[in-house]
Design a protein around this ligand. Structure first.
Ligand code: BES
Ligand code: ZN
Ligand code: ZN
Length: 480
């Protein structure tokens, strides 16, 4: 169960408390503290202690002193990060419910703290026999504020609920999340959240000439799937749809160009992080009834070897008729995305956005702190991504999208080859994909941040769900 984030017009004296202060704030009259505790707080603030715990009348009071930064979005992120410590403390003391009260001068600070707490309270423990013993105690976060905040709290609650599911999907191993299972998850979510969905099987994929997806799937005992999602309100703000595409490689061994194990193959169950982002975004926009017409496309397969796998040197006819010479079977993401991008053309879209754990090169460029974003959409769209990225702190660093990168993808015996050499690997991959588009296009390579190898603040360890909050925020901003 995801941690519930609820709105509350006032703090409940019986509840434990997270109290947000800043260097100048005074404790609100509604919060009753003993003289000793008030003095203790003043002394801690003076000593520049940013978080500490005290007890008042048998309740815990976790004090967070907001760390004001030069830019507001950095202050917000500091609040999310600080909340991580509060969650750990509250769970240590087996707390179930907590009120978050903002007595700082930062508007809506309680929202960011609640977000950081809920996200850091996520656990993936279903594969422990004694999971119930490991389960965090914290279940409910009450965000205390005036009525204006109610809507924001509800949105935040949905985002966190969805983030838990996105992370679950990324963490689920391929033995229990195959391409077919992913299709089932799409259908399940469509019923639960109320969007349209259709999942193609291999026969339908063949009829539609998805050469790239079929080629990658040749080495698999399990059929590929292609999921089509649609959220269409009665009177959407956009005339032409926005199309979201997610890489759904449920496991990437590299195929014949096999990845070295253990280092690079161990976490390749997470190679469907882009698909999880797209599916999660649909859950959120459907539940929150965003007034935009949005279509989602998720090509899915694993990339394995079984004796009939696709092979370096093979030439594959893609959905748009272009031929691709396969020189590395580990560059499979672009093969399956290319078909989906080509299929997207029929919608005459306003914009197509993909999310994909596409290249190790992007991961090395940016690390886990953000991702590589690039494309040919106009500057306005790119600046919308920048704004949304700052707001949710999932930041795309814009890469060049120069023609020369595309030149590296030309083959001497076919239209394209699927690898472009060591230089600029994130961008050559992006330019490869552009060959399958005829609309404004934004490509997000989330190979770096999609899976955390070490505990990283409220992101935790393992599947992070990175990208969903960004994509949702980008879309939501378009409705404001
Ligand atoms: N799924 C990988 C990319 C990846 C690497 C994701 C590390 C997450 C972490 C992708 O399919 C891949 O193998 N890309 C190759 C492309 C190369 C062969 C051109 C890569 O990046 O090495
Ligand atoms: Zn690969
Ligand atoms: Zn891959």
């Amino acid at each position: 169960m995801p941690t519930a984030i609820l709105f509350s017009s006032k703090a409940n004296e019986k509840n434990n408390l997270v109290l947000i202060l800043d260097k100048k704030s005074s404790i609100p009259a509604t919060i009753k503290l003993s003289k000793e505790n008030s003095n203790f707080i003043a002394a801690q603030i003076k000593q520049e202690n940013h978080s500490f715990l005290l007890h008042e009348n048998g309740k815990m009071v976790f004090v967070l002193v907001a760390d004001e930064k030069k830019q507001l979005h950095l202050t917000h992120e500091a609040l999310r990060k600080a909340a991580n410590g509060a969650t750990a403390s509250l769970n240590k003391y087996k707390t179930k419910t907590v009120d978050v009260v903002n007595a700082s001068h930062i508007a809506n600070a309680q929202l960011y703290v609640a977000e950081g707490m809920a996200l850091s309270n996520y656990q993936f423990i279903k594969y422990f026999k004694d999971a119930s013993k490991k389960k965090n105690s914290l279940e409910t976060i009450n965000v205390v504020g005036d009525a204006k905040l109610k809507n924001e709290v509800e949105t935040l609650n949905t985002i966190c609920e969805v983030m838990y599911q996105v992370r679950d999907l990324v963490n689920e191993p391929v033995i229990s999340l195959s391409s077919v299972d992913l299709g089932k998850e799409v259908l399940k979510a469509s019923k639960k959240y109320g969007f349209k969905a259709e999942v193609w099987d291999k026969k339908k994929i063949k009829q539609n000439n998805f050469g790239g997806l079929l080629a990658v799937n040749m080495g698999s005992p399990i059929e590929p799937t292609f999921s089509i999602l649609e959220h269409k309100p009665a009177k959407p703000l956009n005339k032409k749809p926005i199309v979201l595409v997610g890489k759904g490689v449920v496991y990437d061994t590299g195929g014949l160009s096999i990845k070295p194990t253990p280092d690079s193959m161990d976490h390749m169950k997470s190679d469907m992080g882009g698909a999880a982002v797209v599916l999660g975004t649909f859950m959120a926009i459907a539940k929150l009834k965003l007034n935009l017409h949005v279509i989602g496309l998720i090509p899915s397969t694993d990339n394995r070897i079984n004796g009939s796998e696709y092979t370096p040197g093979d030439i594959i006819k893609m959905h748009n008729g272009l031929f691709v010479e396969v020189l590395n079977t580990d560059a499979e993401g672009r093969m399956i995305l290319a078909d989906a991008l080509s299929y997207a053309q029929q919608y005459n879209p306003e914009l197509v956005i993909d999310f994909a754990t596409l290249t190790g090169a992007a991961a090395r460029l940016i690390g886990p702190w953000g991702h590589a974003i690039m494309g040919n959409a106009d500057e306005k769209v790119m600046s919308e991504f920048k704004k949304a990225g700052d707001e949710v702190y999932e930041r795309g660093a814009e890469m060049p999208f120069w023609e020369e990168y595309g030149d590296r993808m030309k083959s001497s015996i076919a239209d394209l080859k699927n690898v472009g050499g060591a230089d600029g690997g994130a961008m050559t991959a992006g330019k490869f994909l552009e060959n399958f588009t005829n609309y404004p296009y934004v490509h997000n390579d989330i190979a770096g941040p999609s899976f955390a190898f070490a505990e990283a603040s409220y992101w935790g360890k393992g599947g992070t769900g990175y990208g969903m909050r960004l994509l949702f925020q980008f879309l939501r901003n378009r409705t404001k």
